[in-house]
Every structure is written in structure tokens, then in C-alpha cells.
Write a protein that binds this ligand. Structure first.
Ligand code: IPE
Ligand code: IPE
Ligand code: MG
Length: 254
């Protein structure tokens, strides 16, 4: 008889390598303090700094954060410009340090519709950290929408077909993956959303197909090492089956 499977936690399940976060709740955090929403966004930038700092120590190799969605243009013009201004401020104050600390920054999303000064910052952030390729990867989804990215990928492939370089049937899932703006990052393991909302809001729709989802009540400006460690702990307790059987059953059957 084979020995009984050991379900004790002596050997820890591996943690996620690629974590994506929907940083939500800045407005509610500010409102609870009787402050304007803008101050919630500013506190959110501090939370982002803490989280980026904590991630490598928790075994995370790539962090993808949702900074501004294609739907966020619907917010009042003043709030949109506040959010744009914060991106600038974050890059201006933190880029040199990130570059020094071995972080590679990549900006995901559409460049269309972004003001010229933001485009300049986006290019600068990527160029100044390109030498860190292979190190910790910070992907900032900005002017990003999951559906828009899928449509953009489909268009790209249609153009390749039109030019005679491929046939429609040449496209498979791996090939489609490579056409998305996330192509250069590792596969997505975990999606976290803060503030208690339980939806994806158009974030990484294709990439999240088999990611684990963790929803936390904490508002984004309060986030940091402890909350990230807690999300990773939840992930470790999950059994990622990818459509198969439970992992310990597979071992027993093997
Ligand atoms: C997240 O906080 C920041 C962005 C969407 C850019 P919110 O601004 O959505 O905060 P709530 O959801 O109104 O509390
Ligand atoms: C998602 O949050 C976008 C970002 C965090 C940048 P929202 O606050 O915009 O999403 P909804 O409107 O609650 O779905
Ligand atoms: Mg929100």
C-alpha cells in the first residue's frame, strides 16, 4: 500500500511569480476622512511604493498594477488630470531609484489619446529601466482595457493575414498571447482587487483565464507588505487544477 499522502503544510506550496493588482478604493478612503478624492489618489501612490518595495521579498517576480482604465476617462476632467499628474510625479520621484534597484518598468495599454507629456514620461520610464530586463518587472497598466487589447491583437493578426504573411488558421492561443500588450511578461498567477469590489473591471481578461482571484476588503491607500503577504498566503492555500484533478490526487495516481 502506498504511504498516505501528507497534507500537512511542512512543504509550502509555491507562491505566485506574477501578481496583478486592481488598486481600488482611493476615493472611499478619502471620503471616509472628509478629504477630496485627489488626496486618496496621492495616498494610493504611497501604497504603490510600499507594495513594489515588498513584492520581491515575497517571491514575486512581476507585479502588474491597474493605474488607469480606458473607462476612467469617464471621470470628471479634474480627476483625470490629477491621475495623469500623479503618474508624472511617481515617475519623476521614483524612476532613478527603481532603475538603480534593478526594477524594469513597462507601461501596458494604449498610447492613443495620452497627452504628449505623459507619452514622454512613459517612454522615459521604459528606456531608463530597459537595462534591468530579467530583474523584477513592474508593469503599469495605463489607459488599459482588456477588451481593447484583445481587439488590438485581432487587428494586428488581420493585418498580417492581409499582407500574405500568415493564413487565418495559423493563429493559435500561444500565437494570440504574443500579440497582446502583456506578451513580454510571465504568465499571470494571481489577480488581487482591493476595496471589497468583486469584479475585474476589464483588467487582463485573456490573461486571467486560469489565474487565482483574491478579493480583499482593505482600501488601496492602506495597502502594503502585510496585505500583499496575506493575499499570497490565500494563493498558496489554493489548488490550481487547470481543468485537471487535485494536485495530491494526481501524485497518488501517478
Ligand atoms: C482607484 O480608486 C484608483 C483609480 C481607479 C485610478 P478609485 O478612485 O476607483 O476609488 P473608489 O472606488 O471611488 O473608492
Ligand atoms: C478599476 O477601478 C480601474 C483601476 C483600478 C485603475 P474602477 O474603480 O475604475 O472600477 P469600477 O468603476 O468600480 O468597475
Ligand atoms: Mg474604484
Amino acid at each position: 500500500m502506498p504511504p498516505a499522502a501528507d497534507h500537512s503544510s511542512a512543504v509550502q506550496a509555491p507562491g505566485p511569480k506574477h501578481v496583478a493588482i486592481i488598486m481600488d478604493g482611493n476615493g472611499r478612503w478619502a471620503k471616509a476622512r472628509g478629504m477630496p478624492r485627489a488626496l486618496g489618489h496621492r495616498a494610493g501612490v504611497q501604497a504603490l511604493k510600499r507594495t513594489v518595495e515588498a513584492a520581491p521579498g515575497l517571491g514575486v517576480e512581476c507585479l502588474t498594477v491597474f493605474g488607469f482604465s480606458t473607462e476612467n476617462w469617464r471621470r470628471p476632467a479634474q480627476e483625470v488630470s490629477e491621475l495623469m499628474g500623479l503618474v508624472k510625479l511617481y515617475v519623476q520621484t521614483d524612476l532613478a531609484r527603481l532603475a538603480r534597484e534593478g526594477v524594469q518598468v513597462r507601461i501596458l495599454g494604449s498610447r492613443q489619446g495620452l497627452p504628449p507629456d505623459i507619452l514622454e514620461i512613459v517612454d522615459r520610464a521604459e528606456a531608463a529601466t530597459a537595462h534591468n530586463a530579467g530583474g523584477f518587472l513592474l508593469q503599469v497598466a495605463f489607459n488599459y482595457g482588456g477588451r481593447a487589447d484583445i481587439v488590438e491583437a485581432a487587428r494586428r493578426f488581420a493585418h498580417v493575414v492581409q499582407s500574405g504573411q500568415a493564413r487565418p488558421d495559423d493563429l493559435d492561443e500561444a500565437g494570440f498571447d504574443r500579440l497582446l500588450c502583456t506578451a513580454k511578461g510571465p504568465p499571470l498567477d494571481l489577480v488581487v482587487r482591493t476595496s471589497g469590489e468583486v469584479r475585474l473591471s476589464n483588467f487582463l481578461l485573456w490573461e486571467a483565464a486560469y489565474a487565482e482571484l483574491v478579493f480583499q476588503e482593505i482600501l488601496w491607500p492602506d495597502y502594503g507588505a502585510e496585505a500583499l503577504a496575506e493575499a499570497i498566503e490565500q494563493y498558496r492555500r489554493r489548488d490550481r487544477r487547470f481543468g485537471g484533478v487535485e494536485s495530491h490526487d494526481a501524485v497518488a495516481a501517478g
